[in-house]
Design a protein around this ligand. Structure first.
Ligand code: GDP
Length: 400
């Protein structure tokens, strides 16, 4: 009997232990993976904040962040906030001098038919009408544009006639000179970031979404950092959900703060606060990424006009850079026209030149706006943005 009672007791204890283990292991599974049970599961919003009167209770802050589907630690609040760069190990961007030469292989590959194609045609023994037509077609296919194409063909015909017999070297020199001259070698292509005595240089980046605007703003921050400047970023593209996160990541990599606000927030107030932050921390340059929706020109005009006006309360803008996707060809020119009507574009950034054979768009868009291409994008890598140099560009096209 005693043995039976003992056996029952042991059995009960064993069952109890096993179920206890199961329950506690279930409990563990319900916990968030890395959260210690006694501490809050929220990462507090990054400091410092600008323009925030009272901090929201943490639970409310966490709810807002969770509801918005944003990562923990995303700042909350109505006002734009300034985010400290978090990344401890900062990257050292490549120096900008000679970038175009380093990236020339990409240009040479993508623009092969333009540069080398022209050279091959000009080298034919018999430069008959058909060949000149082919030369013209090559230029038009590369989006050089009708008027510049006719001018160039005219000049080439004239010079080839004067030259008489042609050596390959003479032809290369001749074509190089004519293409460089078509690219407007005298344009001032420096990205202006001087600012005022008390204010940083302010650069506004505009363009249709998808052209590479945010990426370009991030790459430009790296260009400036590589040249020894300190940068603050303003995430005024509040229309595209991921734009602010994307920009912040670019900033963190090189130690630039990002001023951002809630999704759908007022771009002008974020831009204003970004410049205010730039002044407060004595930054050299503030780069402002804007949204580019084109469904109504009036909406675009209102928004960009307002951003510009509000920023100029701090001081004049140094640059308004228009980002155009080179792969969109003539459509890019239409965009250029619309933006030029809305704001005074001071420089053009042509992106994705690595992915199109239509490098002639550089010539066409400069003609269209009378404004120089200052930077070109040659890939998705962080340092694939190069200052535009006509000579190096043409050398990459036709070889030297
Ligand atoms: P946004 O909407 O104008 O801000 O566009 P994003 O900056 O998000 O860029 C859109 C896409 O274009 C991204 O996948 C970028 O990596 C890509 N992109 C930007 N610039 C270049 C470039 O010069 N070359 C290539 N190949 N891709 C680029």
């Amino acid at each position: 009997m005693e043995i039976v009672i003992l056996a029952v007791v042991i059995a009960l204890v064993a069952v109890g232990l096993i179920s206890g283990l199961v329950v506690s292991s279930r409990k563990k599974k319900q916990l968030p993976p890395s959260a210690p049970s006694s501490t809050p599961t929220i990462t507090p919003p990054a400091e410092p904040r600008v323009g925030e009167e009272a901090e929201k209770p943490r639970d409310e802050a966490r709810r807002t962040v969770e509801e918005a589907g944003l990562p923990a630690g995303t700042p909350v609040g109505e006002e734009p906030v300034v985010l400290e760069p978090e990344a401890p190990a900062l990257e050292v961007p490549e120096p900008t001098a000679g970038r175009l030469v380093r990236l020339r292989a990409r240009l040479a590959r993508s623009q092969n038919s333009l540069g080398k194609g022209l050279l091959a045609l000009l080298s034919r023994d018999n430069l008959d009408e058909d060949t000149w037509e082919e030369i013209e077609d090559t230029l038009l296919t590369a989006d050089v544009g009708v008027a510049p194409t006719q001018e160039l063909v005219e000049r080439l015909r004239e010079r080839v006639r004067v030259l008489g017999t042609r050596t390959p070297e003479e032809l290369r020199t001749l074509l190089r000179e004519e293409l460089v001259s078509l690219l407007g070698p005298d344009f001032d292509r420096e990205v202006k970031t001087e600012g005022g005595a008390e204010t940083p240089g302010v650069v506004m980046v505009v363009g249709v979404n998808g052209t590479g605007k945010t990426t370009t703003t991030g790459k430009l921050a790296r260009v400036l950092v590589a040249d020894g400047r300190s940068v603050v970023l303003g995430a005024a593209d509040t229309f595209r959900a991921a734009a602010a996160d994307q920009l912040q990541t670019w900033g963190e990599r090189v130690g630039a703060r990002t001023v951002r606000g809630p999704e759908g927030g007022d771009p002008a107030s974020i831009a204003f606060d970004a410049v205010k932050e730039g002044i407060a921390e004595g930054a050299d340059v503030v780069l402002i990424d804007t949204a580019g929706r084109l469904h109504t020109k009036t909406g675009l005009m209102d928004e960009l006009g307002k951003v510009k006006r509000v920023v100029e309360k701090h001081g004049p803008l140094d640059e308004i850079l228009l980002v155009l996707d080179a792969t969109t060809g003539q459509n890019g020119l239409v965009q250029a026209r619309v933006f030029a009507e809305v704001v005074d574009i001071t420089g053009i950034v042509l992106t994705k030149l690595d992915g199109t054979a239509k490098g002639g768009i550089v010539i066409a868009v400069q003609r269209e706006l009378g404004v120089p291409v200052k930077l070109i994008g040659l890939g998705e890598g962080p340092d694939d943005l190069a200052p535009f140099e006509p000579g190096a560009f043409v050398d990459a096209l036709i070889g030297d």
